[in-house]
Ligand binder design. Sequence first.
Ligand code: OOB
Length: 547
Amino acid sequence: MSHSLPTQIWPSEFVQRYQQAGYWRGETFGAMLRQRAEQYPDRVAVVGGAQRLTYADLDKQASAIAAGLLQKGLKKGDRVIVHLPNIPEFISAIFGLFRAGLIPLYALPAHRITEIEHFAKTGGAKAYLCADNHGGFDYRDLAAELKQRYPELQDIVVVGDAGDYTPFADLLQTAVPSDFPVNVSSPQDVAFLQISGGSTGLSKLIPRTHDDYIYTLRESARICGLDDTSIFLGALPLAHNFPMSSPGFMGTLYAGGRVVLSPSPSAEDCFSLIEQERVTFTSLVPPLLLLWLEAVGRSTPDLSTLKVIQVGGAKLIPEVAKRVHPTLGVTLQQVFGMAEGLVNYTRLGDDLDTIVETQGFPISPDDEILLVDDHDKPVAPGEAGHLLTRGPYTIRAYYNNPSANERSFTADGYYRTGDIVRLTDAGYLVVQGRAGDHINRAGEKISAEEIEDHLLANPQVFDAAVVSIPDEYLGERSCAFVIAKGEQKPRAIDLKKWVRERGVAEFKVPDQIIFVDAFTATAAGKISRKALRAQLQAQLHTQLSQS
Ligand code: OOB
């Protein structure tokens, strides 16, 4: 597999157009941090646990990490898997990587060996950076297993007790030469690899450039009214595109504000941080919003500094959206985005109906939106269709994945989002559903195919189809229909254990398993898996509505 990074993602005419429009201004992450450190050296940029890092501290740490990693033999363009929870080291590490021209590949803390091995192989990673222990899981064991399965891995760096590996703390001690460059990347270089939610099979890698991503930071910060007094609470995992850049922690740093990191998204942890640190805004997925709304009734936290809660990642139902202002006294902002690019926001001054009923409109005047039918023909105005998009920060191809690119992009460069959307008269998007085969479980995307493959690997399973079920709290949960091999049916609990022990993120383990004798007389083998899933899903919904 070739592992060279793409050197040009957009066709030249689009590059010119986006530069001329002033979207792409030639900024880079390495330089951005230095500029903020010069502007606001003594302001606190990041708060997490007992640490309070100023912009000057963050900039100094980034240079030390960059110098340390280059001394270890890593080279500009090498990929480094970043597998860290919400701790300040997440932020200093990625800015260190940017400064060295190394490419972070972001993994979620919930990911396990199967996903990390896949990222390492498809991304051609040279190094793995993890926490020692977090949430009861020892990432050093995962590192050891990864090294076995993927011997090309050169370096393992651990935050905390590093055992046999390189302590992150050692990198911070690296002496930095006075002429050490602030930035070695060109603005149109790939800055990092983000991971896709993955509708078919395993997650794909998303190459984002400095120019395109920083454009989204600048505009998101403007749309969301950020300035250097803004204080963002990072409650969702930082590796996710939403809390990273919409405007998230990076948009906050772009604006010169402060990022406060929460060890968990629970109301308990977050409410006390909001109170102590005078947080002004945060981002949540719908199930967490529900928990927060319920928690407010049980305690009386001082949330008076909080002005905006953004909600995205999955559909927020209007009944819940309506409760936000009366219960929490904050403005709700809906965010409909994707790691591949396109992000839509309701605007802060929109009327209540718009905020409650729609998912906003795009960041850029040059975000092109097409709504089409199953044959790629535009639908009539006001009708729902498949959302296709291209624009100044939406990728034109996944990294190293020609077959996915064939499916996911049109010949003229539109990304097929897999979402079914309609446009209101005012040009706002309303997400109606999804055409793709993933389960959106509390904002975490699960590929049906990926889980079916894990189930099919079990010797007692003859066939399996995974579908989503509506869930009051999670939005959707997963259900696997399984046909057992032979007379003896495995127990559901054992099949769940099987999936878990394949080394995948816990959120991917099927919530429910239903054994069936056959899918349907006409179904098996004769119709596509997509149609089969649709049929099973319809069956399940009928049963649920009758019960
Ligand atoms: C965000 O990014 P991803 O890459 O994890 O997932 C993207 C998918 C979308 O295609 C859509 O199916 C769903 O998540 N989605 C929503 C939604 N926001 C995302 N569905 C309904 N309503 C919404 N508000 O999830 C993401 C990235 C950046 C900002 C916000 C979310």
